[in-house]
Design a protein around this ligand. Structure first.
Ligand code: ATP
Ligand code: MG
Length: 368
């Protein structure tokens, strides 16, 4: 398959870990006979320095013509004094909005070698494998009016959604559940919110189109509790913007390795933007010690969600797991009796495990 991939390294460690994702993708392309073409563009602080804006027109154009986008991270102390509408983070919000990326997908699945670092008991999280789908472009974060009144002594924020906005995210969730373990938990606050009551109606209507998926409604407070007491009860969780923001951060703690988690922001036609959950880590930027695995796992998600390359994606995930099982880790992770390495060595280990796998496959094939 021929794919055009835009690379937006951004700032801080984003610039150091992007290459790791690129070389891993090149190795996969080589193994599977795909052709990936990479185009690098500026966003965030990097773009402010070069173009005077966090989201230059040429970056927007390039992203509009892309099959998928990989993003490092944006921001950092250097741009703290910049006017709010020109902040590096505006670049990211702007590109999500321009491309209409309404679904935020965050898989939450820990690696065995790192589970000891989770604040939750290992036996509770052992078998958990969750995909959280958060609506990204509506709800309280965008509803109008959002303002101060009464001389600043009263405030109003507006939670607003259209049926259509609910339908597209709920469809996405059913489709995702269908290719996973066929269980969907829809999270709302239908005992108090009108928006949640419409949400439930839409879920019920959509459920008729996906008879193979079991659906359960859960109030957000109950869900918050169950996520840490019985996380393996979940498969796919779908919820609106604010609830999703909170629940996805809560769930990420389960894995014991927040810095390794990937995320995706996608729309219905499969175009998506993929980025690690962590930020620019200004405290370690430029030292060559950043953990590249969140970025590499984001590239795996891109293969899975945007290109439908399930096998290729899981090969990358297996190679990452293998590295950790062998004890290799960056400074932000702890593995008992492990071997601490930098960004480049960690990337090389992933590549070694990827190619070791394909070599053993080809040996097997020779003897079949
Ligand atoms: P931002 O404003 O961009 O989110 P931040 O100051 O919040 O930046 P984060 O990037 O969120 O920093 O990181 C929080 C902490 O985790 C920092 O101490 C950082 O060094 C560490 N960290 C985050 N990502 C990584 C990584 N990929 N490798 C190593 N350490 C990381
Ligand atoms: Mg941060």
């Amino acid at each position: 398959m021929n794919k055009q991939i835009i690379l937006l390294p951004g700032d801080g460690i984003g610039r150091e870990i992007m290459d790791s994702a690129k070389v891993v993708l090149q190795a996969v392309a080589h193994e599977y006979g795909h052709s990936f073409t990479f185009h690098q563009h500026a966003i965030g602080g990097d773009a402010i320095d070069q173009y005077g804006t966090p989201l230059p027109e040429e970056t927007i154009q390039a992203c509009q013509n892309a099959d998928a986008i990989l993003l490092g991270a944006v921001g950092g102390p250097k741009w703290d004094q910049v006017a709010v509408h020109l902040r590096p983070e505006r670049g990211l919000l702007g590109i999500r909005k321009t491309l209409g990326l309404f679904a935020n997908l965050r898989p939450v699945k820990g690696f065995q070698a790192l589970l000891h670092a989770s604040p939750i008991k290992e036996e509770i999280i052992q078998d958990s494998d969750i995909l959280i789908i958060r609506e990204l472009t509506g709800g309280l974060y965008f509803g109008q009016p959002s303002e101060r009144r009464d001389n600043g002594n009263a405030v109003v924020d507006t939670l607003s959604y259209t049926r259509e906005e609910m339908e597209r995210i709920i469809d996405k969730a059913f489709e995702s559940a269908r290719i996973r373990n066929k269980h969907l938990t829809s999270v709302d606050k239908a005992n108090v919110l009108e928006s949640s009551r419409l949400w439930r109606e839409v879920v019920e209507e959509k459920a008729k189109d996906y008879p193979d998926v079991t659906v359960e409604h859960m109030l957000v407070d109950a869900c918050a509790m169950k996520l840490i007491t019985n996380p393996s009860a979940f498969d796919v969780i779908v919820t609106e913007n604010l609830f999703g923001d909170i629940l996805s951060d809560e769930a990420s703690v389960l894995t014991g390795s927040l810095g390794m988690l990937p995320s995706a922001s996608v729309r219905s036609d499969g175009v998506g933007l993929y980025e690690p959950v962590h930020g620019t880590a200004p405290d370690i930027a430029g030292k060559g010690i950043a953990n590249p695995l969140g970025m590499i796992l984001s590239a795996a998600l891109m293969l899975r969600f945007s290109f439908g390359m399930e096998e290729e994606a899981s090969e990358i995930e297996k190679a990452v797991n293998e590295c950790l099982e062998q004890g290799y880790h960056t400074a932000d992770l702890r593995i008992k009796d492990g071997i601490q390495v930098g960004t480049k060595e960690m990337t090389d280990k992933v590549l070694e495990n990827l190619t070791a796998k394909s070599i053993s496959d080809s040996i097997c094939n020779t003897y079949v």
